[in-house]
Design a protein around this ligand. Structure first.
Ligand code: SAM
Length: 320
């Protein structure tokens, strides 16, 4: 079956900073289609070990094949990356390097049946894990106007959140909102004429922020990232014998997180700083690393990528 490609972002920077060597263990918290994992597999070689984790079973299977093809031992886990540290510790695996490249892969956004894109007509679903109980349509049908407005304001940073919530509640009283194009049309009609984004040439589609908010809520993206980053701190302490948490990181392990919007990046920044303040890790990236212009030209999705890297223990801070 041919699948649309996903171009991994910041590939060279991730490889340089994770410093993997032959025989190392690499854990990929968000395997996607396995682009970063294949780079790691080449670095660790057949004596190494690649652990792949993803909520999306189809992506996990694709990434597993990509690593297997390279002849490197691979262990796939289907699950939430917030549970990965405990799963690794339970199996007695500690990693030299870990990557979480959060959010969605291009093939997921391009698949209209997942309902992630306001520009692709499809069911209003948005679940990364098809087994999860709550879709975007469920949230849109069941939340109160005030809760919808809060959600769109907080996760979408949409300044017309109250207006959008009111319009959704009016429309759903007439008929259920079940498709991406229904919702996109409702948001556009609420924002149009009040100076919302999209009214100006070159501005983003007015539906962008509301779709982002629903995606974040449906998949608890911020809660999962917070839990993961907190376990990086606890794992660093445990690796140094300074805390009781699960041992899933080796001393001097490196952990890289790539995020795609400011709400996520803030969580990573604060979590990494907390680990450093506790004296169990060193933040290697003074500022988040961003894509070079040539990468953004080739892959516009790279424009919003922000990479932060931490090393377990006290290390010299390179000038990244
Ligand atoms: C940006 S893609 C990763 C791309 C990957 N680095 C590559 O090179 O192909 C993000 C992946 O993370 C997965 N994902 C998002 N949130 C997750 C979570 N909480 N737990 C596990 N996987 C998650 C998505 O299903 C998607 O496949």
């Amino acid at each position: 079956m041919s699948r649309p490609a996903h171009i991994p972002v910041l590939r060279r920077q991730v490889s340089d900073l994770l410093r993997l060597g032959q025989g190392h263990t690499y854990a990929d918290a968000t395997a996607g289609l396995g682009g970063h994992a294949a780079d790691a597999a080449r670095a660790v070689g057949p004596a190494g070990h690649i652990i792949l984790n993803d909520l999306d079973p189809a992506n996990l299977a694709a990434a597993t094949r990509a690593v297997e093809t390279l002849g490197v031992p691979v262990t796939p886990f289907h699950g939430n990356f917030a549970a990965l540290p405990a799963e690794l510790a339970r199996r007695g695996i500690a990693a030299h390097a870990v990557l979480a490249d959060v959010g969605f892969a291009s093939n997921q956004v391009e698949d209209a049946s997942r309902g992630l894109s306001f520009s692709r007509p499809g069911p209003l679903d948005m679940r990364l894990n098809p087994a999860s109980p709550t879709s975007a349509a469920t949230l849109v049908a069941s939340l109160s106007e005030a809760d919808l407005a809060d959600l769109i304001d907080r996760y979408g940073e949409e300044r017309h959140a109250r207006r959008v919530a009111r319009r959704i509640v009016e429309r759903r009283a007439e008929q259920p909102i079940q498709t991406t194009d229904d919702l996109a049309a409702i948001v556009r009609s609420a924002v149009r004429g009040v100076g919302g984004a999209g009214g100006h040439s070159g501005a983003i589609d007015p539906a962008t922020r509301t779709f982002q908010a629903l995606r974040i809520a449906v998949n608890d993206e911020l809660g999962n990232l917070e839990a993961f980053v907190d376990q990086v701190r606890a794992g660093a302490a445990a690796a140094l014998g300074l805390g009781p948490g699960p041992r899933w990181l080796l001393p001097e392990a490196r952990v890289a997180v790539i995020s795609f919007h400011s709400l996520e990046d803030r969580i990573v920044k604060r979590g990494f700083e907390a680990a450093q303040a506790q004296g169990v890790a060193t933040v290697l990236t003074r500022r988040p690393i961003e894509a070079e212009p040539d990468e953004v030209d080739a892959n516009p999705r790279a424009r919003s990528a922000r990479l932060r890297v931490l090393q377990v223990g006290i290390a010299a801070r390179p000038d990244y």
